[in-house]
Design a protein around this ligand. Sequence first.
Ligand SMILES: *Cc1c(COP(=O)(O)O)cnc(C)c1O
Length: 410
Amino acid sequence: MSKQGFTTTILHSDRRKSVEHGALHKPVHTSVAYGYSQSRQIAEVFQGTQSGYTYARQVNPTVTALEDKITAMEGGLATTCFSTGMAAITAFLFALLKEGDHFVASKFLFGNSNSLFNSMSKFGIDVTFVDITDTAAVAAAIRPNTKALFVETIANPCTQIGDLGAIGDLCEAHGIVYIVDNTMTSPYLFQPKSVKASLVVNSLTKCVGGHGAALGGAITVTGLYDWSNYDNIFDGYRKGDPRLWGMVQIKKKGLRDTGATLSPQAAHLLALGAETLALRQERSSSNAMALAKYFEAHPKVNRVFYPGLASHPQNDLAAKYYRTPGFLMSIELHDSINCFDFLDALEVVVISSNLGDNRTLAIPVAHTIFHEMGPARRTDMGITDGTIRFSVGIEDIDDLLADFERAFAS
Ligand SMILES: *Cc1c(COP(=O)(O)O)cnc(C)c1O
């Protein structure tokens, strides 16, 4: 991030790069291809000796403008955007791991990431899932062929938090690529670069976009990893600044060759969302804190999972690393309440599976997003049949509290 504040930097990011006609937003560029008057120029662009636009599967000006904003937010060196957050994670695996490699991942993981990581074994890439709240267990999982370590900042749905700084030290000591999925905190609450992350993943679909109106994902390179020590970088990409080699390979092999391209229309919507990220995060966090205290005091709630509560096992880590404890919260209802009936009684809160929306969303997780995982793995993750996950939005807090009062009373 530059010397100016988070929001100032994002609001004025496009304008500072001389946008056409003095437009305040980077326009939505829909051209798939770009014409050159000099053939030598297009050759130089292809060979990377000059920057420029060629074909929109790999690069587009509207998408580049969003990438620059994400890079600034993360305090990184460069960003590549993708059609979704999952496409970004897939691109990393596909571009930078090979048969015989091993990686370590948190066992408290976004369901689709968990499913994707399990699929990697058929390509000869092994994964070990660990309890990231236990740094000694993380250290014990590292093997001679471990190439990468993947963690999330706040786990979904039970909000576990690892000691991300201690894990960063471990990765540094072993020369392992440290990937932090920052989706649950967003770069406003946390910059993974501060805990020595090599790469940062964001699902832009969630709080960066914020309005639930566009899918998108991003990988940012922090500049802290020296890729000249990483033997999976192809010879052709071993040139220029070694801090960028991994990003070049992700852009070529992970984006250009797979075609998981973010559309310029989506990039525009996500960039509009990014302008108010800080404001929305402050509001959703303060709403979440108020709701967490309300639930904790409520006799019909058995447990509340929210990193802002003193009763949360990693409350100290949340306070140490994150600007606020965020928007993600889960509760376990008292056995006397049927979670489906409870959810159906809500009028303001929406029953929906997204996260980081402006609206407060709720979902019974065991029966939906973590259903495919099966009961054993759910138990291991702390999920019960009565667990309800909330993505707290920016509504007026009195309306949210009144909605829950009504649901408990019915
Ligand atoms: C949603 C999510 C993803 C995937 O993002 P999509 O844009 O939905 O593909 C990855 N990681 C986490 C933590 C998420 O919540």
